[in-house]
Design a protein around this ligand. Structure first.
Ligand code: BJW
Length: 254
């Protein structure tokens, strides 16, 4: 069934000078990547973040943490972008300016073709030195887990942002600027409970932007958002684009 998009929203998207999009794990769910907090399937319903996603956990048991991220890297490597990711590529091509900010570490927006993605929580495909933070691509392929930094011998860790760690300053500044200056912000597939990322939609609202959420479930943003659309990103986003600009060539061929 086609969503009855409010005409005022379609006009706002069509005429927006700047659009900001903030995505979370929900947009990659249809690519087979588990979210964090969904009942039953969410990673944090099966694993404790305190054991796996903090620097203290890594110091305590680096092998456990490295192996867990290796398992997730395998899922990411096998995944393909879905219709939701592809719709945001279309959005970036059709809108006058569109910044895509993501909390996801899977790189699927880039794989789909989105340009200049602002990665707030890093990227699981990269590794960095635990001590010095430098990105490392060439390490000795031994059985040691985690592998060691070729420069200083410290253990390597995934280049992701764990709880209690600062977000990359340049990414956070770019995201903040996009939220402050946009006419429309789309919050897609995020539970909106992890800060500072969750504050971006509130920043945009305070600056006078129209904020629309796309999510099958209620979130803390739902009541303050200008619009809340209930459904899967892979279904709603292509419909939205078609409602604003008409069907894409791919939709006409289907
Ligand atoms: C669909 C769908 C479909 C399903 N279509 N939708 C202010 C207030 C309170 C706490 C804090 C605060 N400021 C800072 C904090 C502490 C903390 C925090 O926010 N804690 C809260 C959880 C309580 N924040 C931090 O620690 C951050 N750092 C920081 O603030 O540093 C400042 C500082 C540092 C040092 C000293 C002093 C200050 C860092 C946060 C890092 C988060 N890291 C993780 C792991 C990344 C690495 C990894 O992948 O392992 O990031 S946690 C996890 O949550 C991951 C995600 O990016 C993030 C957000 O999750 P997301 O994307 O929203 O996923 P879900 O699962 O929660 O939601 C999925 C949604 O999709 C659901 O709503 C579904 O309904 C929906 N969905 N299918 C569309 N098909």
């Amino acid at each position: 069934m086609t969503t009855p998009w409010p005409p005022s929203f379609l006009v706002a998207v069509r005429h927006a000078r700047r659009i900001a999009v903030i995505t979370g794990a929900g947009i990659s769910a249809e690519s087979g990547i588990p979210t964090f907090r969904d009942a039953q399937t969410g990673l944090w319903t099966r694993y404790r973040p305190e054991d796996l996603a903090t620097s203290a956990a890594f110091v305590r048991d680096p092998r456990l943490v490295w192996d867990w991220y290796e398992w997730r890297r395998g899922m990411v490597a096998a995944a393909q972008p879905n219709a939701g990711h592809r719709a945001l590529v279309d959005l970036q091509q059709r809108a006058s300016a569109c910044t895509v900010i993501t909390q996801n570490v899977d790189g699927l927006h880039q794989q789909a073709g989105t340009r200049n993605v602002v990665e707030l929580h890093g990227n699981i495909r990269r590794s960095k030195c635990f001590t010095e933070g430098r990105i490392v691509t060439d390490w000795a392929r031994t059985d040691e887990r985690p592998p060691r930094c070729p420069h200083c011998g410290s253990p390597l860790r995934p280049d992701v942002v764990w709880f209690g760690e600062s977000l990359p300053a340049a990414a956070l500044a770019a995201a903040d600027e996009a939220a402050r200056s946009c006419d429309v912000l789309l919050s897609i597939g995020t539970s909106g409970v992890v800060y500072p990322a969750a504050g971006l939609a509130l920043t945009a609202l305070a600056a006078g932007a129209i904020v629309a959420e796309v999510n099958p479930a209620q979130t803390p943003l739902s009541d303050s958002a200008t619009y809340s659309f209930r459904g899967a990103a892979g279904e709603l986003l292509p419909e939205l684009l078609a409602a604003v600009w008409g069907p894409t060539k791919a939709q006409m061929r289907a």
